[in-house]
Design a protein around this ligand. Structure first.
Ligand code: NAD
Length: 244
């Protein structure tokens, strides 16, 4: 298993779900971890909380500066903060498109832009972006969300090309439906939460939801020394949803 002793990581959206599990795994494997989130009230030891809204460039720059100061540098960026959106092209207006793109795509760009000068000083620099199976699977009622996650996948590949010769690797994970507070909120809004959960489970050939810890393990693999020759890739963690 990857050893992160001596490495410093920043995890966005790290107060909940996939980000929280990733921060915990990296810390358990020896990393010093800062958690960037819009709400850091539940972020406790051993993490360094840095509060920022990824749609606000000034707050992102201040949070990255604080993280780097607190950790003594930066080796790993897990660009994971994101929000959902449902509907067809007829359901989401321009304001909703701009709002979700601003978090899911430009938000990742803002954090990467602030982090890159620090990553360049690392001898083990890696960025892992959280995309989704929605980027490639053609899910119904998810047009806006899917477009943002497709953009994250393209962003990953283009960034990998730009920064490979600087020694910075850039990869992404494409999770299926993951059992996080996000899905809890989705189920709470469903007319029949149990039936909705069963439908989500049935969509994945494994017959169950992915766990946040399984996505965290994939992120840790891409962030760590064991994947030192891997850049510009997408790693599916989707219970076989795409491709089987
Ligand atoms: P979650 O809602 O449990 O956690 C998301 C975290 O991001 C929260 O702590 C929230 O405060 C933070 N956040 C949201 N908007 C922010 C903003 N503007 N600025 C700063 N922080 C912000 O969600 P999750 O399920 O853990 O999802 C994490 C990532 O995984 C997202 O990018 C999501 O698109 C992706 N993903 C989730 C699933 C799934 O089924 N849960 C599947 C595929 C991909």
């Amino acid at each position: 298993m990857n050893d992160f002793t001596g490495l410093r990581a920043l995890v966005t959206g790290g107060a909940s779900g996939i980000g929280r599990a990733t921060a915990a795994l990296l810390a358990a494997r020896g990393a010093a971890v800062a958690v960037l989130d819009a709400d850091t009230t539940a972020v406790g030891e051993p993490f360094l909380p840095v509060r920022a809204d990824v749609t606000d460039d000034a707050s992102v720059r201040a949070a990255v500066t604080a993280a780097v100061a607190g950790l003594g540098g930066l080796d790993i960026l897990v660009n994971n903060a994101g929000i959902g959106a449902q509907g067809t092209v007829e359901d989401n207006d321009d304001a909703e498109w701009h709002r979700v793109l601003d978090v899911n795509v430009v938000g990742m760009v803002r954090v990467a832009r602030a982090a890159l000068p620090h990553l360049r000083r690392s001898r083990h620099a890696a960025i892992v972006n959280t995309s989704s199976v929605a980027a490639t699977a053609g899910l119904p009622q998810r047009v806006l969300y899917s477009a943002t996650k497709g953009a994250v996948q393209s962003l990953t590949l283009a960034m990998a090309a730009d920064h490979v010769r600087e020694g910075i690797r850039v990869n992404c994970v494409n999770p299926g439906t993951v059992d996080t507070p996000w899905i809890g909120r989705l189920l709470d809004r469903a007319p029949d939460p149990a039936a909705e959960r069963a439908a989500l489970e049935a969509r994945q050939p494994t017959g169950r939801l992915v766990t946040a810890e399984e996505v965290a393990a994939a992120i840790a693999h891409l962030a760590g020394p064991y994947s030192g020759a891997t850049t510009g890739t997408s790693l599916a963690v989707d219970g076989g949803m795409q491709g089987l």
